[in-house]
Design a protein around this ligand. Structure first.
Ligand code: UDX
Length: 416
């Protein structure tokens, strides 16, 4: 364990937070930390070297870096196909270091004052056992929507009914037990072994139910029946206290440099004319899908701002613009496109030139878009994203769903 203490002078009530090391989980956890700090709590954040945020941007927090006891581990952190195994490894390897770290904070009253509780990402399921052992309440932050969390908790039921054994053959079938999702929207992760996903989710649910409370980055008016159902199933305090990003921006915790030239470019575009295209920090696509997306955008005739994250196109080595996009495509869209590696997304969505968002339906992106009133075109990739996309198109009716596999014609028509 390495120590990296800053800002530990606040001796008021303290909360210790433990984000999962992935962009879509770090953002809401830090936003929640800022909210708690704004109402008077001293904040400690325990973090890992994987996807470490820039802690110099948070001088008002105390940080504690913990290292994996198996320092040789090279996690394929959150590549879509390896998410479950990455999460399992993280839970095994960080249990010991986290416990040592938390025990130290709890026992050092002089430096840290009274610790009221820990707030841990739901995926860090081992933290319940540690909290119980050290006799400190644990509050869980689940960074997804409530609707998708309920779909995850229903996975054992979906398996029992037989949907999971026939995912491809029954893809278009309605899931009667969980309207309005279809079989293809069942929140699977990886490419086959759903048993390991179900085992992980069952552990997350069991350990969450043992906690003192459950926080969601959502709000009552957005998911009222889902929140009612969650409270019925979980019988514990549930706090729907989002949207966090309207209080504190995600820019401070961006793991990549946000390219501000995208805002300069948006400034030159007509009101509500631009389609913003981004698939978050984890999703990847193969070359065929990438080219279908590219030609769909070109054929739509609409101006677009496209985030092409390095590493997001399977098999691409260099910047995809130069390596994979044909010259004729670049020529065709040169007057009405801007391609960047990472954008200041919240600012982009709030920009008057943006009229639509083609998204992978990650929960942060979905919520950020909803809050700016930007209609969505959804192309979900894995996990919670399919359920979010179905809710966007069929429940909230604020967008369309291209479904999981799309061709250039779907894109072209969707944009129009
Ligand atoms: C992951 C999962 O994939 C997602 O399904 C889950 O709901 C949360 O964890 P991710 O895929 O990264 O997250 O998507 P999302 O939840 O949308 O979070 C992405 C974050 O990165 C957003 O806060 C967004 O504003 C930010 N972002 C994205 C940028 O700042 N710039 C970009 O160019 C793209």
């Amino acid at each position: 364990m390495t120590s990296n203490d800053t800002g530990s002078s606040n001796l008021g009530s303290r909360v210790v937070l433990f984000p999962l090391p992935a962009q879509g989980h770090i953002n809401p956890m830090f936003q929640l930390a800022n909210i708690l700090h704004s109402i008077g709590y001293a904040i400690s954040i325990v973090y890992t070297p994987h996807n470490a945020p820039d802690i110099s941007r948070f001088p008002h927090f105390h940080f504690q870096l913990i290292s994996d006891s198996n320092s040789q581990s090279d996690y394929p952190i959150f590549k879509p196909l390896d998410v479950v195994s990455s999460i399992n490894q993280l839970n095994v390897h960080y249990a010991g270091p986290f416990k040592i770290c938390l025990a130290r904070i709890l026992s050092d009253h002089e430096s840290f004052g009274t610790v009221r509780c820990i707030v841990a990402d739901a995926i860090w399921h081992f933290t319940q056992a540690v909290a119980d052992e050290l006799n400190i309440p644990r509050i869980v932050l689940r960074t997804s929507s409530v609707c998708s969390f309920l779909a995850f908790t229903a996975l054992p039921l979906f398996r029992k009914i037989g949907y999971l054994a026939n995912l491809e053959a029954r893809a278009e079938e309605a899931v009667q037990e969980f309207p309005p999702i279809k079989v293809k929207d069942i929140p699977t992760i990886g490419d086959g072994d759903q048993d390991s996903t179900i085992e992980l989710i069952s552990t997350v649910v069991t350990e969450t139910k043992k906690s003192s409370g459950l926080i969601f980055n959502t709000f009552q008016e957005l998911e009222p029946p889902d929140l009612n159902e969650l409270r019925r199933q979980f019988r514990m305090p549930v706090f729907a206290v989002g949207p966090f990003h309207k209080r504190f921006s995600a820019a401070e915790t961006s793991l990549r440099k946000q390219d501000r030239s995208s805002i300069d470019w948006l400034d030159t575009q007509a009101p509500q004319s631009v389609l913003y295209v981004s698939f978050g920090s984890v999703a990847t696509m193969d070359k065929t899908a990438f080219l279908e997306a590219a030609w769909g955008l070109a054929n739509s005739g609409q101006p677009f701002l496209w985030v092409v994250r390095p590493g997001s196109i399977n098999g691409a080595v260099a910047a995809p613009g130069s390596e994979m996009l044909p010259g004729e495509w670049a020529e065709e869209v040169s007057q009405r496109s801007c391609v960047v590696e990472w954008a200041p997304q919240q600012e982009v969505l709030a920009h008057p030139s943006v009229g639509g968002f083609w998204t992978h339906s990650g929960w942060n992106s979905t919520l950020e878009s909803i809050c700016e009133g930007v209609p969505m075109m959804c192309a979900p990739c894995f996990g919670d994203q399919m359920v979010n996309a179905r809710w966007v198109s069929d429940v909230w009716r604020i967008g369309i769903n291209l479904e999981r596999v799309f061709a250039r014609r779907d894109v072209e028509e969707g944009v129009r």
